[in-house]
Design a binder for this molecule. Structure first.
Ligand SMILES: [Cu+2]
Length: 386
């Protein structure tokens, strides 16, 4: 049934774990609306014949206005339509939440969109242009931003589409069912090269992906040298995504944030940033807020609007002082230490000398990316099943 409907509706393969659910809602909506339209056409046709004027000269007749539709019929029609609407809405809402809320253990990849190409930065510091490599059967989260205008990341085979906006991060998560290649399109008109702004998601077996990350390319022609085309790479500004946390640490140190805030959970003049991101913060007036990107940004620009309980309103505003890039980098820094437990300090991060830009952040050094077992690099070429 699924395959039959997919074929007659010309839908692409269902390559992600949520694709069939989206399609099922699609079929349900199409079939019920088609059923409704057919029913109304048939009833209309019957009425047309049954109640037509009997002869050319016959007087037009009128129903006695006293004859009314029974209430039970009206009520059941209204109830039926309302129920149908609620079912559509309920299914759609639950699917929407599933798409929006990524599972906890995702493998995160930063995406930068630019007229007219896609750039993908992996947690280990490497990056690719146009081709996005992901492990199959593992949840992957994309953290996306644009350098110029609004783009939209669209993979028809995954049934997923998300705007990519300059000066702001949007996210998208998916799990590819099987290894394979899937087209990426830009779905927001972004200039003359819009139609050329294409790419590919290449899903590899998790072992192949780990090998590819470790440097042993699973298949030279598939992977290509990383970075693939130096002239393209230069078109991007110096790599910001991989060293975001580093840049954030530097900005926090030079802008004086670390005079009052700590990164290791120990108390100071201001609240610690360790374990802050995503947590509930109690304010002076007793209300609570979630420490998300918006609240944290507001805390930097307008610190007096929301005062954290137990602290003095001594923080100066950094509006116009922090550059947008620095704000984002400090946010990344705060996110990167969200799992540092308050109290069990792993040692003050900020007192370590900064490794050269591009080196993996301290937390990731020596550790495989979450959810991925890193295999030792293998000599020779490895066959990748298409
Ligand atoms: Cu675009």
């Amino acid at each position: 049934m699924n395959d039959f409907l997919r074929t007659i509706l010309f839908l692409p393969p269902q390559a992600s774990t949520i694709a069939w659910q989206i399609d099922t809602l699609h079929y349900f909506v199409i079939l019920t609306t088609m059923g409704g339209a057919t029913f109304i056409t048939i009833v209309g046709g019957i009425f047309l014949i049954k109640y037509r004027r009997p002869g050319k000269n016959a007087e037009p007749t009128r129903q006695d206005p006293a004859v009314k539709t029974p209430v039970w019929l009206e009520a059941s029609v209204v109830t039926f339509l309302l129920t149908l609407f609620c079912v559509w809405w309920g299914v759609g809402f639950s699917q929407y939440m599933k798409i929006r809320i990524a599972p906890k253990n995702t493998y995160d990849i930063y995406v930068t969109a630019k007229q007219w190409m896609w750039k993908f930065s992996y947690p280990d510091g490497s990056h690719t242009i146009t081709k996005l490599y992901v492990p199959a059967r593992k949840p992957v989260k994309l953290i996306m931003t644009a350098r110029d205008v609004i783009h939209s990341f669209y993979v028809p085979d995954f049934r997923l589409k998300q705007d990519v906006v300059p000066g702001r991060y949007t996210t998208l998560w998916f799990e590819v069912k099987e290894p394979g290649t899937h087209q990426i399109l830009c779905a927001e008109y972004c200039g003359t090269g819009h139609s050329q702004m294409r790419g590919e998601v290449i899903a590899l077996e998790p072992e192949d992906f780990a090998r590819w990350l470790a440097g042993g390319q699973p298949n030279a022609h598939l992977a290509g040298p990383r970075p693939q085309d130096p002239s393209n790479v230069d078109a991007f500004a110096p790599d910001q995504t991989l060293s975001m946390v580093r840049v954030g640490e530097e900005a926090a140190a030079t802008d004086g944030c670390l005079r009052c805030h700590t990164l290791d959970g120990s108390p100071h003049i201001g609240p610690t940033w360790a374990g802050l991101y995503g947590q509930k913060v109690t304010l002076k007036d007793g209300s609570t807020v979630i420490a998300d990107d918006a609240y944290l940004t507001e805390s930097m620009m307008d610190p007096l609007v929301k005062i954290v309980r137990g602290f003095e309103p001594v923080m100066p505003s950094y509006h116009g002082i922090l550059r947008p890039g620095e704000t984002a980098a400090i946010l990344e820094l705060i996110k990167s230490i969200r799992d540092v437990p308050i109290g069990q300090a792993p040692g003050p991060l900020h007192r370590q000398p900064y490794p050269p830009v591009g080196a993996p952040p301290a937390a990731e050094k020596g550790l495989p990316p979450p959810g991925i077992e890193v295999m030792p690099p293998v000599q020779g070429t490895i066959e990748v099943k298409p």
